[in-house]
Each structure stands twice: as C-alpha cells, then as structure tokens.
Design a protein around this ligand. Structure first.
Ligand code: TPP
Length: 214
C-alpha cells in the first residue's frame, strides 16, 4: 500500500559490491531452509554495473524494477533489515518502498507506462528527478517497452531505461528468440534514454534451482 507523508531518508549509506553479494547469499541461505513461502529471485554478477549506475541516482529519482530488485532496493537506500524483512514476508518479487521512491512488480512490462508517466509528471510539474526503469533483456523486447521508450525520447522526458542483459528469459536463450545478437535499440536514436549492459547471473532465474519444501 502506498504510504504518504513519510519523511524520506536523511542520508544514504554507501553500498559496496561485498554488501550486495553477502545480502543475496544470506537470502539464499534462508530460502534454502524453506521459511520463505514465496518465490525469491537472486542475482549475482552485475554488482559493479549497478553500483556505477546508482552513482547518478539520488533521493529525488524514482526507481522502478521487477522480480529481481533486492540489489536495487539496497542501492536506493532502503535499510538492509527492511529489505530483508520484506523478502521474508514473501515480497521478493514486488518490493515497494514508496518513501524511498522504489516500486517493483512481478508482472513483466507492467511498470513501463507508470514510470514514463512519473517522468512526464516530473517534467511538467518542474520537479527534480529522473525515473529509472530497470528490466531484463527479454522485457526490453516487449511492446510496452518500445512504446515507453519512444514516448520518453520524443517528449524528452527525464527517464532512463536500464536493460540488464543476462542472455536469458527464465530458461530461454534470448538470442534464439530475437534471431540476432543485438538488442533492437542498438544503433538507434532510442539509445539516448537507455543504459545497457551484459552480465552472467550467478543464480538461476528464480530460487536456487532445486525444489525447496515449505
Ligand atoms: C506478464 C508476465 N508474463 C510472464 C511472466 C513470467 N516471467 C517472469 S520473468 C520472465 C522472463 C523475463 O526475462 P528478462 O526480462 O530477460 O528478465 P531476467 O532474465 O533478467 O529476469 C518471465 C517470462 C511474468 N512475470 N509476467
């Protein structure tokens, strides 16, 4: 539920690669015990790229993400224990901390329009901040991604689409679906609003790759 009138965090704690790695490791260990009765999506291998991107993200900026957002929440400044508690409550795939301006959903493509709308509002209300939308390589192939990027570019909105390319859509190889090696936006004017990087995920798409009994 959206909470309003909460004071935003007064300061930001510097998050290191080791912090991100150890957080995911801790969650993996807890998930293996069967105490988290909901899907958990862990990520490894993109810590440095995310830290670099978050150097430009501050309290005025909004972050939108999907099912794989533990690292995004920590980097946005949400306290470690708060992120952990949400995951223990089964919210790994839909982490939302409105007071920290980070909103995530487990539904592929669902937030592209909302994020672009926030960017529109920031621009037309004269407010500071940029809307950052983090997604995977296959999500970047969806129709709504195309529409959102096109709109953001043509109206020059304060929006950045961050495509984290792990070469997979769950267990499907993205390149086999695309029929080519490059993402559709490579070499187009739409790259202006897109940050793109490749990584190899050290974890399976979801969970630990083995059946966990609750
Ligand atoms: C509307 C909808 N359809 C299907 C799914 C199931 N699903 C979860 S993740 C995913 C693949 C996404 O691939 P990508 O965007 O590359 O993300 P990543 O591999 O980085 O997790 C799919 C199909 C979903 N979450 N939402």
């Amino acid at each position: 539920m959206l909470t309003q009138n909460k004071t935003p965090p007064a300061h930001r704690v510097k998050i290191t690669k080791e912090d991100l790695v150890s957080f995911e490791k801790e969650i993996a260990e807890i998930f293996a015990t069967g105490t988290i009765r909901a899907p958990v999506h862990l990520r490894a291998g993109r810590e440095e790229q995310l830290i670099e991107i978050f150097r430009n993200i501050g309290p005025d900026d909004y972050v939108f993400g999907y099912w794989d957002a533990h690292e995004l929440a920590l980097l946005k400044g949400v306290p470690r224990e708060m992120v952990k508690q949400a995951i223990l409550e089964g919210k790994s795939i839909s982490l939302c901390f409105p007071e920290y301006k980070i909103l995530c959903s487990g539904i592929a493509g669902s937030l592209m329009g909302a994020a672009t709308g926030v960017a529109w509002a920031l621009k037309h209300q004269g407010k500071p901040g940029t809307a950052y939308i983090f997604c995977g390589d296959m999500s970047a192939e969806t129709g709504i991604f195309h529409e959102a990027v096109k709109y953001a570019v043509h109206f020059d909105l304060p929006a950045k689409f961050v495509v984290c390319d792990n070469g997979l859509s769950v267990m499907t190889k993205t390149r086999e679906v695309w029929g080519c090696d490059d993402p559709w936006f490579k070499g187009t004017k739409f790259e202006e609003k897109i940050i793109y990087f490749k990584y190899v995920n050290g974890y399976p798409h979801s969970g630990l790759g083995k059946l966990i009994k609750f």
